[in-house]
Design a protein around this ligand. Structure first.
Ligand code: SF4
Length: 492
């Protein structure tokens, strides 16, 4: 144990060294900690007691670090100790070579705040040579870290031995190895090889494999550390630029049918001005709005936006219908809403500056106005009438979502089908002499996705309702509601 460590994790730390390591690093300066025998036996409770004693030294950032040996080799003990420490509010850090006992990884990883990740070497041969380990096991460890529930930060470390990895090419390989966890890497450290542990080898009568190798020049190690950190951040930056370009390209594709309003669009301009959401905007401001908005034409099945797209526009539907849905983990499509003329989508995402959680796809050929975020914030959010409409529609959507949850959680297929028909009545129903006409842009499968039923059940239920005289089916695309009360009885 070491009561006050300053380099093994953030802030001031209390260190515990766990006995035993499956590797045999040529430069290991703790050869006495490699075997599983030796050391002093303590319990997780002892760890907590000691940790509490030194808590005042830790300050805001510091905490407890487990090093070794290889702490992940004593999985059960480490898990119990970490759990106690986390429950007591300690910051936790584990120094690992990535070769431990996987049995406890999924219990341990969620409890680690900072991982000191040793990267011994960067190719199979050197890995075996320097630490007698298997690089593929190490790479799997890195790849699976998040799968095991690791949510912390990583300090990646490499011991630099002169003549082995003291060059830029090796440092670039170092960065490549970190690829699967790059978003968690907070810093990269180069530890210059030193010969302080050689004496222990003599005492233990173990041959020292790096006999005659000079200590690593500290300045050169620092230089390469700076190079590696720069190379790492540059490659992250490059990746982000690439991603941004891809997104831009996608956005261009999405907006490929977009056009500005022209003088000749007089009728269209009047239609836009009279849209309830834009109605209260003064004519002066409206001129500005008209300059900034665009008209997008979408064909049936085209996407208006997709999950994870950055929300930069509010979409206001002029003509047509758009379904809002997401794909569940079992691959099914769950439809939440069907929007049509004068409905808007995306307002909340603009307010929250967040990406879309769902997909928006045209159910019919559509004409949609795209309103850029800046226009939304400057002209719509500041207009009381628009705000009232946004609020009203938001409440309606909350009510609808509650209704949807109720419909999906009920096991009664009749109730689900009746609820679906009533919802469709509210959004697309047209009163006729024969009844309320629903002209569908959804096929039976989509009706099922909208109601939480299978296609077969929807078809069967609609057939039953027809037989009971509640509805009439005209081809595949038209439903006529003939007995509204009967349907309402199922739901209310
Ligand atoms: S991983 Fe650490 S403790 Fe194990 S042999 Fe290498 S340097 Fe020594």
């Amino acid at each position: 144990m070491e009561s006050m460590g300053l380099v093994d994790g953030p802030g001031n730390r209390t260190l515990f060294f766990l006995q035993g390591c499956p590797l045999r690093c040529a430069y290991c300066h703790n050869p006495d900690a490699i075997t599983t025998s030796g050391g002093k036996e303590i319990t997780p409770e002892d760890i907590l007691k000691t940790a509490r004693r030194y808590r005042t030294y830790h300050g805001e950032e510091g905490g407890i670090t487990f090093s070794g040996g290889e702490p992940l080799l004593q999985g059960e003990f480490l898990y119990e100790a970490l759990e106690k420490l986390k429950n007591d509010g300690f910051n936790t850090c584990v120094d690992t070579s990535g070769i431990g006992n996987p049995k406890y990884y999924s219990k341990i990883m969620p409890l680690i705040d900072v991982m000191l990740l040793d990267v011994k070497a960067f190719d199979e041969e050197s890995f075996k040579d320097i630490c007698r380990g298997d690089l593929s096991v190490y790479l799997k460890f890195i790849r699976d870290l998040e799968k095991y529930g690791f949510q912390g930060m990583i300090w990646a470390r490499h011991v630099m031995v002169p003549g082995l990895t003291d060059n830029k090419e090796s440092m670039e390989k170092f960065v490549e190895i970190l690829e699967p966890v790059k978003n968690r890497v907070e810093r990269i450290e180069i530890l210059p090889y030193h010969t302080a542990g050689v004496k222990k080898y003599e005492e233990l009568k173990i041959p020292y494999r790096l006999e005659g190798v000079e200590p690593m020049d500290k300045d050169k190690a620092k230089e390469l550390e700076i190079y590696t950190n720069k190379y790492f951040t540059e490659s992250l930056h490059k990746e982000r630029v690439e991603e941004a370009k891809k997104k831009q390209k996608k956005a261009k594709n999405i907006l490929q049918n977009e056009r500005d309003l022209k003088e000749k669009d007089k009728a269209l301009i009047e239609e836009i001005k009279s849209l309830p959401l834009l109605k209260g905007i003064s004519s002066e401001k409206m001129e500005e709005v008209l300059k900034e908005i665009h008209i997008i034409k979408k064909n049936t099945n085209d996407y208006v936006f997709q999950t994870d797209d950055e929300a930069s526009y509010m979409y206001l539907i002029l003509k047509g219908q758009v379904k809002i849905f997401y794909n569940t983990i079992d691959g099914k499509e769950q439809i939440f809403y069907i929007y049509r003329d004068q409905d808007f989508v995306g307002g909340l995402n603009l307010l929250e500056h967040e990406s879309y959680l769902y997909n928006g796809q045209a159910l019919t050929d559509c004409e949609i106005i795209s309103i850029p975020r800046e226009v939304f914030e400057e002209y719509i959010l500041t207009n009381p009438e628009s705000l009232k409409i946004i609020l009203k529609m938001s409440f309606e959507r909350i009510r609808w979502a509650e209704d949807l949850i109720q419909r999906l959680s009920t096991s009664n297929a009749s109730m689900k089908t009746a609820g679906l028909l009533l919802r469709l009545k509210n959004s697309i129903g047209v009163e006729t002499e024969e009844g309320i006409k629903l002209e569908l842009s959804l096929n039976r499968e989509e009706l099922g996705n909208y109601s939480g039923l299978t296609r077969e059940t929807v078809t069967r239920k609609l057939g039953e309702f027809k037989e009971l005289g509640y509805i009439d089916l005209i081809g595949n695309k038209i439903i006529l509601i003939k007995d509204l009360e009967a349907l309402e009885d199922f739901v209310f």
